[in-house]
Every structure is written in structure tokens, then in C-alpha cells.
Design a protein around this ligand. Structure first.
Ligand code: GN1
Ligand code: MG
Length: 373
């Protein structure tokens, strides 16, 4: 996927209700999909920052549905925070900034869709955490998010990317990429392809449980990377969940599993030396503690039983996605070096293997923590 293009951010910012004089803008965040900027405005002597973000419409082909979901979810959560008198509610849920014409997003002359948010000051997102306290806080925040949206009424939220976490579909897409070999790289990654193929039976486990009614569909975030939660600078509290494009119906395991994938890992997601990758049990335990502290009250026994498994499954899912993208010639994830997606694959594969070796202990910890209540 190509790098960020030049956008006229100053002109775009004027379309939104971002009052004051434009001062500056800068790229922001490390997302693989959208383009994100912070915009600084001077409001009669006070500097105020906003977020301006281009939705990648090659991937989110219905930005209108994305914005509809986000508007509904953020308004619902803001209403709840207001009702309980939560202090600093605007730092605890994203707030959309409307356009000057009243619409919730702006479409520029090139078919790009833009949206604005309040900038959350005094907090930051971490791409990698080494502290169990931060891991626990992040998991607590995602549990709270799920709890807040659990009782949302009205129509089912739109599937902004259909089958996003359907691991059978992900496997089939991977198999198609192998067959088509669009990049001509198949011969170089025969071992990696086989590694995925031997794990094919895992992809149906949760889907079968959903089909037979053991697990139930809820509203989930679906992209719970550790860098999608803003943590307070002063207190380390997990304040606000970001990156809401994929909020849609799903299984709680998709969220917990991606937290395990991105938080327990000992390296960056794209580490070049996969032999350095391990699943860190203390980080896993912190996630379980944090998540259950807020999610226990609504989770079923069956949901809890598959939390440990979910980390392995979602890591395998990303392994399949990265290897498929490599085979397809890198059309999806932003890359900044040759073989970037292959490196990402190798890291995921190493993490799956590390989880496989510690799975029993992970399962035991979840059971023990769930019982403690
Ligand atoms: C993408 O945009 P970002 O970096 O938060 C991707 C996730 C992957 C992640 C892997 C819409 O998320 O599904 O888990 O990269 N988002 C989409 O790092 O495909
Ligand atoms: Mg993100």
C-alpha cells in the first residue's frame, strides 16, 4: 500500500467546525489503513488541537455506514457518561466534530471522506507496552467499551467490512492468494504457506460455536490493538477507545484476542528477527485481570472458556492476512520496506507457536481469575 499523499489539510480543516485561525498540522499515529493528522487552531489566543482523518475508502467502501455506526456508538457512550456524571467525559469517548454545513463528514473533490474529532489532550497511545499496569488498564478500557455498547438499541450496526473476523473466509482468501500468486513470490514462502495450512482446523472453532448457539453475537470493536486506547499521561488510566471504523457485530473473542496479540508480544509487530518473539505470560495475566474486572458481569461461561484460545486464533488470522498480502503484492497494509508483510507474518507465526507452548497455563489462569469473581 502506497505511502500517505499530500492533502490540503488547511483547506479541509475549514470545512469542519474547527473554530479559530489555522496554525499548523502534522501527521499523527501509526495506523496501517487511514491517514490521520492533528490540526492546531488558535482560538483568540488559546491553542486547540483537533484530529482530521481520511477514511481509506479502498478498504471501507461504505464510509457513510462507517460514520453512521461511529455516530451512533459515540453518542450512546457519551449519553451514558453524562448520565452517571463521569468527570471529563469528552476525554473518555471520541467526539465527532461536525462540518460547517452540519454533516458529520466531508467528501472532497477526489472522493476522499474526511472526519474530525476532538483531540484528547494529556493522553497517548502506545504501540508497544512493557508494563503490566498499562496492559491491565487497556484491557479494562476495552471491557468497559463492550459493556457500554452491550445495550445499544435500534437496528443492527452495519458490517463495515463484511466477514472481517470470519476466520474461515480469511483462510479461504489466503488459499486464493496462494493459488493466484500475483506477486510471483509463492516459491519463496513454501514453508510459511505450509505452516498456515497445518493450522487450518483452528479457523472453524469459534464459528462453529457461534452457529450452534454456544457463543453469541455482540457489538465489538474488532481492532483492539494496544495502540487504539488512549492512556492518561498522569495516571496511566485507559481513558478512551479509538479507531472505531470496525465497530460492528462480532464475538468478544475478536477483541480480547487482538489485545493478546498486540500486548503480550515481546517485540514490535514487524520485528525483523522473529526468534525474539515470545508470548509474555505476565502481560497475558494482566489482560485477563483488567478485562474481567469490567466484562465479567456480562460474559457467559462459554465466552470466558475461549478467551485463552482467542489470542491464538486472532494471531493466526493476522498471520494469514499478512502472508496473503505479501503473496498479493502488498495491496492492503501500508508497507515501508520490501518484505514488510512477510516480516509481520513471521512475527505472528512465532507468537502463535509461543502461545501453543503456554496455552495450558493461559487457560488455567483465565479459569482461576474467573472463579475469584
Ligand atoms: C489495521 O489501521 P490499524 O493499524 O489500526 C487493520 C487491523 C489489523 C492491523 C494490524 C481495517 O489496523 O485489522 O489488525 O492493521 N485494520 C483494518 O496491525 O484492516
Ligand atoms: Mg489503529
Amino acid at each position: 500500500m502506497s505511502a500517505r499523499r499530500n492533502h490540503d489539510i488547511k483547506t479541509l480543516a475549514r470545512r469542519f467546525f474547527m473554530p479559530g485561525d489555522y496554525v499548523s498540522h502534522a501527521p499523527c499515529g501509526n495506523g496501517h489503513i487511514n491517514d490521520t493528522y492533528e490540526v492546531r487552531c488558535n482560538q483568540a489566543g488559546t491553542n486547540v488541537r483537533y484530529i482530521l482523518q481520511r477514511i481509506n475508502h479502498a478498504i471501507f467502501t461504505r464510509p457513510d455506514l462507517v460514520m453512521d455506526n461511529i455516530h451512533r456508538v459515540t453518542s450512546h457512550i457519551a449519553g451514558k457518561l453524562d448520565a452517571i456524571g463521569e468527570p471529563e467525559a469528552c476525554r473518555r469517548v471520541l467526539t465527532l466534530v461536525p462540518c460547517r454545513d452540519g454533516s458529520m463528514w466531508h467528501e472532497d473533490g477526489e472522493g476522499n471522506h474526511w472526519r474530525g474529532y476532538f483531540y484528547i489532550e494529556g493522553a497517548e497511545a502506545h504501540d508497544h507496552v512493557n508494563s503490566t499496569a498499562l496492559a491491565e488498564e487497556a484491557a479494562r478500557a476495552f471491557g468497559t467499551f463492550q459493556k457500554h455498547v452491550a445495550d445499544m438499541e435500534g437496528d443492527r450496526l452495519a458490517d463495515t467490512i463484511p466477514d472481517f473476523h470470519n476466520t474461515r473466509s480469511r483462510y479461504n482468501a489466503f488459499a486464493r492468494a496462494v493459488e493466484e500468486d500475483r506477486s510471483g513470490r509463492r516459491g519463496e514462502v513454501a514453508r510459511e504457506i505450509e505452516w498456515v495450512q497445518t493450522r487450518e482446523p483452528l479457523v472453524d472453532v469459534l464459528l462453529n460455536l457461534l452457529a450452534d448457539g454456544t457463543l453469541k453475537e455482540r457489538i465489538t470493536h474488532n481492532d483492539t490493538k494496544i495502540n487504539n486506547v488512549m492512556m492518561d499521561h498522569q495516571t496511566g488510566e485507559g481513558l478512551c477507545i479509538m479507531d472505531l471504523d470496525t465497530v460492528m457485530p462480532g464475538l468478544v473473542h475478536y477483541d480480547f484476542g487482538d489485545l493478546v496479540r498486540t500486548t503480550t508480544i515481546s517485540t514490535a509487530e514487524d520485528e525483523r528477527d522473529a526468534s525474539r518473539v515470545t508470548m509474555r505470560q505476565p502481560m497475558f495475566e494482566a489482560l485477563v485481570r483488567g478485562y474481567l474486572s469490567t466484562a465479567r458481569e456480562f460474559l457467559t461461561r462459554a465466552e470466558i472458556d475461549y478467551l485463552a484460545f482467542s489470542g491464538k486464533l486472532i494471531t493466526l488470522e493476522l498471520a494469514m492476512r499478512f502472508l496473503a498480502d505479501h503473496l498479493n503484492g502488498d495491496p492492503y497494509f501500508k508497507t515501508s520496506r520490501p518484505g514488510h508483510n512477510l516480516d509481520r507474518f513471521r512475527v505472528q507465526a512465532a507468537l502463535v507457536e509461543s502461545i501453543e507452548m503456554q496455552e495450558e497455563r493461559m487457560r488455567e489462569f483465565v479459569a482461576q481469575c474467573a472463579e475469584q469473581g
